[in-house]
Write a protein that binds this ligand. Structure first.
Ligand code: SF4
Length: 329
């Protein structure tokens, strides 16, 4: 007899592991679908190791530019910071559907009431409606508490085989894990989380949306350095050698690179929509000088490069009051 197939959103968290094992126990061949992006990244190697350990296949799917389109204007708005959880979950379900084989069961490891914004009954409804998958998503961890899905109606799964987990408590997890033949301590735990829920990162994304193009290359830049806005230009100052290297690597031909020559100094990237005035370059240089080993000097010489060539050298005063420039406050 042909085995049934289930495609499961697989974050690598414990709930998705339990969902995978439960579906396997119900006779499904499980394919975990791990959606990743620079905004919500887990250690993919560890996610793969975890999938191997519990005996499921894994597909890793990169969120596309369409994710960023959604992020600009989510139908259900944002959570506490810039996290559009309902639209984000709907996006992930659409990706799940895209990679799933025709006729396969679709599932997630969500638990009713575990998260305030996206895991209430009405949120589940909204997510399904937005993804075009109304009643086509099985949530086996809380299935007994939720309205029947199409799979139950068709007899593909039975209500009594599902769990009735609710809320944030993990009191019942050891017993459930044991029943599924799992030992939490032995499972790899992939690190990582969602940057959109972090207040300072959310401010940087908001600033990017307000001033520049929201694309993945620009999002990657948000993950390095200190971020400033100088008269409309964006200034990113490296915090260590590795960030300085990344800044040089991610700089585009039209960007300006600023550093203090012959003195330990950060590398900084200045990105402007139009040619910056000397005043802007001096302010940017003053900020870079403030983070260099010459910060105690009254005047510091900074070098400005563009397209790999030295453009100019300027004498600046280190700037210590950064409040008006700082993006993260
Ligand atoms: S926390 Fe982040 S990754 Fe998770 S659903 Fe919300 S926006 Fe998406």
């Amino acid at each position: 007899m042909e085995r049934k197939k289930a495609y499961l959103l697989f974050s690598g968290g414990l709930d998705s592991v339990i969902a995978a094992k439960l579906l396997k126990r119900l006779g499904f061949d499980v394919v975990g679908v791990h959606v990743t992006s620079p905004l919500f990244e887990k250690e993919v190697e560890k996610v793969k190791e975890l999938a191997d350990r519990i005996g499921i296949d894994l597909k890793v799917v990169e969120a596309g530019e369409d994710y960023l389109e959604m992020l600009k204007n989510p139908v259900y708005g944002y959570g506490k910071n810039l996290n559009p959880c309902i639209d984000c979950k709907a996006y992930m379900l659409r990706k799940l559907k895209e990679v799933a084989e025709e006729g396969a069961l679709l599932a997630t490891g969500e638990v009713l009431g575990q998260r305030p914004m996206s895991q209430k009954k009405d949120a589940f409804n909204a997510i399904e409606k937005l993804s075009g998958l109304k009643r086509w998503v099985l949530r086996p961890l809380s299935g007994k508490l939720l309205p029947p899905t199409v799979y139950e109606e068709k007899g593909v799964v039975k209500r009594e085989e599902l769990l009735d987990l609710k809320g944030r408590s993990r009191k019942r997890y050891p017993e459930i894990l044991k029943a599924l033949g799992l030992d939490e301590v032995e499972l790899p735990t992939p690190a990582g989380g969602c940057l959109l829920t972090e207040p300072s990162f959310a401010k940087k994304v908001k600033d990017l949306m307000d001033h520049d193009e929201l694309n993945w290359e620009n999002v990657k830049l948000l993950k390095i350095g200190r971020h400033f806005r100088v008269n409309g230009c964006k200034l990113i100052v490296g915090r260590n050698r590795e960030e300085n290297r990344k800044i040089r690597e991610l700089a585009e031909e039209s960007d300006y690179l600023i550093t203090v020559p012959n003195i330990p100094s950060p590398t900084a990237l200045l990105r402007c929509k139009k040619e910056p005035s000397d005043e802007v370059l001096k302010k940017a240089g003053g900020i870079v000088a403030r983070y260099s080993d010459a910060k105690k000097e009254k005047e510091v010489k900074v070098a400005v490069y563009r397209g790999g060539k030295l453009l100019t050298e300027l004498t600046v005063q280190p700037i210590f009051n950064l409040k008006e420039f700082s993006i993260t406050g």
